[in-house]
Design a protein. Structure first.
Length: 449
């Protein structure tokens, strides 16, 4: 996913001005990339629609670097789709900084469900450990997995390792009966939380569902967590959907986020079920459990490093007055070279190309190979505009061959450089005109002013 996307974004980053065609070409690539990463089709469609609307709308016009702005829009939309983050386990605005929102009279039952090998047993132990150490809860674990030989033993051993009590095993007992016994034991012994680890199957089947539903009806869990392997793609989504439809889940635990997966599963899970991703598993060890941070995952899906803070810096640097004056001009389709010059100056203020580039992942090696991409380009472009008369800046149509030669000489550049700058300006103002027309028709959000 990231290879393709960084290709797309590399192209965008290099563009001074974007056209509608640039954006729709980029969106086609993003779409294919998400599909290749096994994000479900309806999720992809919805995503692309939202991002396109924002990109073609007013949001990018105000930006110094429209290419960056598109990346930021894609990134922000990913975060929105992953969940805004107010219910993350460590956010102060979440459920009181607790691992899980475990409201109710203790002992509170937590039901762990999912396919075989998804990481249920491991996650059960990890969550129990975290609840005990971080939230100071008294936790009892019970394995309801009567199908796999030694599954109950696996949980007991894990419990011993991490110092969490497990319900003693009684051979031959059914899952529902074990669940009932676990709740009774917890009540009698004053436990706060009962973690119920269930059996899984290779595929969702009626047998499995009936069993889990019976357990659910028996214990009435406060949290029903679907454990899903982040490395499985489209499959994980259909699994999530069937568990949610038939059983009703309250959240997702994504295991194996330490693997090579880019987190595409997280996006689909959240979008399809609408249920929050509570926690992520990042290794085999009992400590390898983390709160879910949408912004980190969005960055990971994009493979983008610090693009967002970069774009935020850009937004801060644009002075409000300037932006407003610019917007008014854009509306009239009067973006002249004076405006372009102030844009170039803004870019310099932000630390120039070098500063910008150093914040982008993969750009280090790129700038080595192409040393031309530095502040010199900005300086040269500004020098060209400065070498023009005010009249020329306002209306580039007067620029004939001899005027161009004069300007080139004055700025110490070639006529080609002058032409390149003019072309860039033409592209930008052309797009702005087009957009302001669309704005008037009411088909798109109006321009900022
Ligand atoms: P269950 O069948 O759903 O109970 O799955 P298990 O909890 O037994 O896990 C299956 C395998 O996945 C085990 O070898 C675990 O060590 C491994 N596993 C579980 N969670 C993670 C994780 O977050 N990262 C990695 N790398 N391995 C994990
Ligand atoms: Mg298991």
């Amino acid at each position: 996913l990231s290879d393709r996307l960084s290709g797309v974004f590399d192209k965008l980053k290099k563009r001074g001005a974007l056209s509608e065609a640039d954006i729709s070409a980029a969106m086609r690539e993003v779409r294919v990339a998400l599909l290749e990463a096994d994000v479900a089709l309806p999720v992809v469609k919805d995503f692309i629609a939202k991002v396109s609307e924002k990109s073609i709308g007013h949001a990018i016009l105000k930006s110094v670097t429209p290419g960056q702005q598109v990346i930021k829009i894609v990134h922000d939309e990913l975060i929105a789709m992953l969940g805004s983050g107010e219910d993350e386990a460590d956010s102060p605005g979440g459920f009181g900084g607790q691992t899980l929102p475990l409201l109710g009279v203790p002992p509170v039952p937590v039901l762990m469900v999912g396919l075989q090998g998804s990481g249920k047993t491991t996650s059960t132990a990890k969550i129990a450990k975290r609840l005990s150490e971080k939230d100071h809860k008294r936790v009892l674990m019970a394995s309801l997995d009567t199908r796999r030989p030694a599954a109950q033993e696996q949980l007991r051993v894990l419990g011993e390792q991490i110092g969490i009590k497990t319900l003693p095993v009684i051979e031959g007992q059914m899952a529902v009966d074990i669940a009932r016994r676990a709740m009774e034991a917890a009540r009698l012994q004053g436990f706060d939380v009962v973690m119920l680890d269930t059996a899984g199957r290779m595929h969702v089947d009626d047998d499995l569902m009936r069993e889990v539903i019976a357990v659910r009806d028996q214990v009435k869990p406060v949290e029903t967590l679907l454990v899903a392997d982040a490395l499985t793609g489209q499959d994980a989504v259909s699994v999530a959907r069937s568990f949610d439809e038939r059983l009703g889940i309250t959240g997702v635990v994504l295991s194996r986020m330490d693997g090579d997966g880019r987190g595409g599963a997280a996006l689909s899970m959240r979008a399809i079920t609408g249920k929050p991703i509570r926690l992520i598993g990042t290794g085999e060890k009992p400590d390898a459990l983390e709160a879910f941070h949408p912004s980190r995952i969005a960055g990971r899906i994009l493979g983008m490093g610090d693009v967002v803070s970069l774009v935020e810096r850009a937004a801060e640097t644009i002075e409000a007055d300037d932006a407003e004056r610019m917007a008014a001009k854009m509306r009239k389709g009067q973006f002249d070279l004076d405006d372009l010059r102030s844009q170039l100056r803004q870019m310099k203020k932000m630390g120039g190309m070098k500063g910008l580039m150093s914040m982008l992942p993969g750009m280090g090696k790129l700038t080595k190979g192409a040393p031309k991409l530095d502040d010199k380009v900005l300086g040269r472009q500004e020098a060209i505009i400065c070498a023009m008369t005010p009249k020329e800046r306002r209306d580039t149509r007067v620029l004939n061959a001899s005027r161009k030669r004069r300007i080139a000489a004055g700025a110490g550049v070639s006529v080609q450089d002058v032409n390149k700058l003019l072309k860039m300006h033409q592209q930008m103002s052309g797009m702005m005109k087009k957009m302001s027309k669309m704005g008037k028709k009411g088909g798109l959000p109006s321009l900022p002013g």
